[in-house]
Design a protein around this ligand. Structure first.
Ligand SMILES: Cc1ncc(COP(=O)(O)O)c(C=O)c1O
Length: 415
């Protein structure tokens, strides 16, 4: 479903033009979604929310009852998440951790470090010795594992099984595991293996990845308490109703946990948890005809919602028609523009490319949106804007005003 929930729709229609664009998050729907995801997973699977998908404090808080912890990938995220959800377990991952970030994480008492290289392991060992004396710091070794041919075929962002800056190659990972297990680093405790190999995978592909990682980890012959098989559950922007099959994934993970009693599995999804709870709502400023096509220019654009530009898709959206028009000049519409230009009717009209206010042809939010009769003053609400949306966008470009943010705690619709 791409339509806004009733609560979101009401809020969008209640906002004045000056209050748009706006991000509107349905936290009640998010809680219901997270609860359903949690219920689909077996007990011995922990969920850490990857905060990079959407670190808004309200989002982190709403997810609280349904997750076991949070994955952070920078010193900034670490400080932010620790403040937003104090006392919750944190796993610190990501490449290129600086000594200052590691020190800060040790001082905060971060629960787990995902080690990305041999160098990082040696740095962490020394900093743990000096900054966290008397404590053994829990470590998961991140491995860049080749997986069975075709397993990552559907991935939009493959990070494993090929040359990348992420994790250790299997040979080096084995060395790191052995060094940790044989006490080379007395201030570190080998807790397990971490792997995040790709994003955008369906349940069957995710399971194949999880099986490969668990089989590799348990084959090392070293006692391990945990295997983190990463995030990357797909969100299909071209077919928003086609959801990641959490039930099938949960069943598969249940089989894996049964096969490995004593092993805790962990997943760290971001996008598939929060994408559906957020909408970017805006107003049509102008509608025009250009060389045979219709364009709507809306307040805001990809400097607020960069997702369609980065992923190369059309952001799903809903048009809300607005009757009121407060200005003394007439509303613009593609039809009027065409009439003025003397362009005869043609097939395919009524499909609109929705562009933002930036001076670049790349500022396109969605193409070929069926919106016959669209006029200035109508509203467009983009769905699937709850993850990798505002927080990955280039806000300062052209100095347009920032959007408003609305967090709806009570709603009447599900995701
Ligand atoms: C290490 C790690 N874990 C988890 C995630 C979350 O991935 P997604 O939002 O696709 O579930 C990412 C995303 O890049 C990641 O790099």
């Amino acid at each position: 479903m791409t339509d806004p929930t009733p609560a979101v729709r009401d809020r969008v229609l209640s906002l004045s033009s000056a209050e748009l664009p706006a991000y509107v998050y349905d936290l009640a729907a998010l809680r219901a979604h997270a609860a359903a995801v949690r219920a689909a997973l077996p007990e011995r699977v922990e969920v850490y929310y990857a905060a990079k998908a959407n670190p808004e404090p309200e989002i982190l808080g709403a997810l609280g009852p349904y997750v076991d912890g949070y994955e952070v990938s920078s010193g900034g995220e670490l400080a932010h998440v620790a403040k937003a959800v104090p006392g919750r377990p944190l796993a610190f991952g990501g490449p290129g951790k600086t000594p200052d970030e590691v020190r800060a994480a040790l001082e905060l008492g971060v629960d787990r470090f995902h080690v990305e290289s041999g160098y990082e392991l040696r740095m962490l060992a020394e900093l743990a010795r000096t900054c966290a004396p008397g404590r053994r710091v829990a470590v998961l070794v991140r491995v860049n594992l080749p997986v069975a041919d075709g397993s990552l075929a559907g991935s939009s962002l493959a990070m494993g099984g090929r040359p990348t800056p992420f994790g250790l190659d299997p040979v080096q990972a084995v060395e790191a595991v052995r060094a940790l297990a044989d006490g080379t680093y007395p201030h570190l405790e080998l807790r397990g293996i971490h792997a995040h190999l790709a994003s955008g995978l369906q349940a069957a592909e995710q399971l194949a990845v999880a099986e490969s990682v668990v089989s590799w980890a348990t084959g090392l012959g070293v006692p391990l308490a945990e295997v983190n098989v990463g995030g990357g559950m797909t969100v299909d922007y071209t077919a928003p109703d086609r959801r990641f099959d959490w039930a099938a994934y949960g069943n598969g993970l249940a089989r894996l946990t049964q096969a490995h009693p004593g092993l805790t599995l962990r997943i760290e999804p971001g996008r598939a948890l929060t994408a559906y709870c957020g909408w970017y709502a805006t107003e049509v400023l102008d509608v025009k005809h250009s060389h045979g096509e219709e364009f709507a220019v809306v307040r805001g654009g990809t400097h607020h919602l960069r997702t369609p530009a980065t992923k190369g898709h059309d952001q799903p959206c809903t048009v809300l028609k607005v009757d009121a028009w407060p200005h003394p000049w007439p509303r613009s519409s593609a039809e009027d523009d065409r009439r003025e230009m003397g362009v005869p009717p043609a097939e395919g009209w009524g499909k609109v490319t929705v562009a933002g206010q930036l001076c670049t042809p790349k500022d396109v939010l969605a193409r070929q949106v069926p919106a016959p009769g669209l006029r200035a003053g109508d509203r467009v609400v983009f769905s699937l804007a709850g993850a990798y949306a505002w927080n990955i966008s280039h806000h300062e470009f052209l100095m347009h005003p920032r959007p408003g943010f609305h967090f709806l705690h009570h709603s009447t619709g599900g995701l």
